[in-house]
Design a protein around this ligand. Structure first.
Ligand code: NAD
Ligand code: ZN
Length: 252
């Protein structure tokens, strides 16, 4: 599917030197990874959805790490089998074309990293990076398939966990500081929100503040969200269609 961008948007994009992008689970939907919310998402079932949130929470990780790991294992094995799609690759191309590029992602699937994006703030972490709950050990999640029990630390045998933000946990301060520096202290010419239901204030604010300051804002999402009414352009296209068109419209 080719997407024709509005002519005014194409000419605005030609003048753009710096780009900020915010992605959510929707960008990985075309790689076959289920989203959380939205049709067919992990939380779609009202009962099981709540149970998934509970399984992926800090108290469950402490009380019953095997249960948390079964839920993490499902997400990680879907991500491990998946490949970056045209949307992920278009963001790599964008980063090459502009002077400054920042990618803030809520995804924990590691697909932006694997696609080749460089300046990434993975604000919720990466399921494939593990750390020990007791000592300083860190290592990769080698095989996410069929996890039934919490893996153990090769050094001290304590439970290991993925370096992700579970429900009920704070965001990492170093990544929040980078978000502040890149989106607020030195704002970009355009801010693009892709495939997120825009539930978290720290995801919504960079878009709203850019829009209020009169900077160019774009949302890419087939559905309506809370920010749809505030952005200059809401492209109701899949990320894998709209992002390559935007990348192509940026001048070299
Ligand atoms: P979400 O599941 O709440 O929302 C997904 C959004 O993407 C929806 O608004 C949907 O309309 C849209 N969408 C679906 N298909 C799309 C497509 N092809 N192109 C563009 N948009 C599309 O996701 P969220 O806002 O990222 O918030 C959920 C939380 O879930 C985040 O914290 C994230 O860490 C986590 N999560 C991550 C993954 C992943 O790493 N791939 C998957 C599921 C959830
Ligand atoms: Zn250890």
């Amino acid at each position: 599917m080719e997407v024709a961008l509005p002519e005014k948007l194409v000419s605005a994009l030609r003048a753009v030197r710096s780009v900020g992008v915010i992605t959510g689970a929707g960008i990985s939907a075309e790689s076959g990874i289920p989203t959380y919310r939205g049709k067919g998402g992990i939380y779609d079932d009202p009962e099981e959805g709540d149970r998934t949130i509970e399984a992926l929470s800090a108290p469950t990780m402490r009380a019953d790490p095997d249960r948390t790991w079964r839920a993490i294992g499902k997400i990680a094995s879907a991500a491990g089998d998946a490949q970056p799609n045209a949307g992920h690759l278009a963001l790599v191309e964008m980063e090459r074309r502009v002077e400054r590029f920042t990618l803030l992602t809520q995804n924990v699937d590691g697909l932006h990293r694997r696609a080749g994006s460089r300046n990434v703030i993975d604000i919720h972490g990466d399921t494939f990076n593990l750390l020990c709950t007791a000592c300083a050990w860190r290592g990769p999640l080698a095989d996410p398939r069929g996890i039934e029990r919490a893996p153990r630390c090769p050094k001290c045998r304590a439970v290991v966990r993925p370096d992700v933000v579970l429900f009920g946990e704070m965001l990492p301060v170093d990544k929040l500081a980078r978000l502040q520096a890149e989106f607020f202290q030195n704002p970009q010419d355009v801010v693009i929100s892709v495939g997120t239901s825009a539930m978290f204030p720290y995801i919504v604010q960079p878009v709203l503040i850019a829009a209020q300051a009169g900077r160019l804002t774009i949302e890419i999402n087939p559905d309506e969200t809370d920010i749809s009414g505030f952005v200059h352009y809401h492209l109701r296209q899949p990320a894998g269609v709209a992002l390559p068109a935007i990348a192509a419209a940026l001048s070299h």
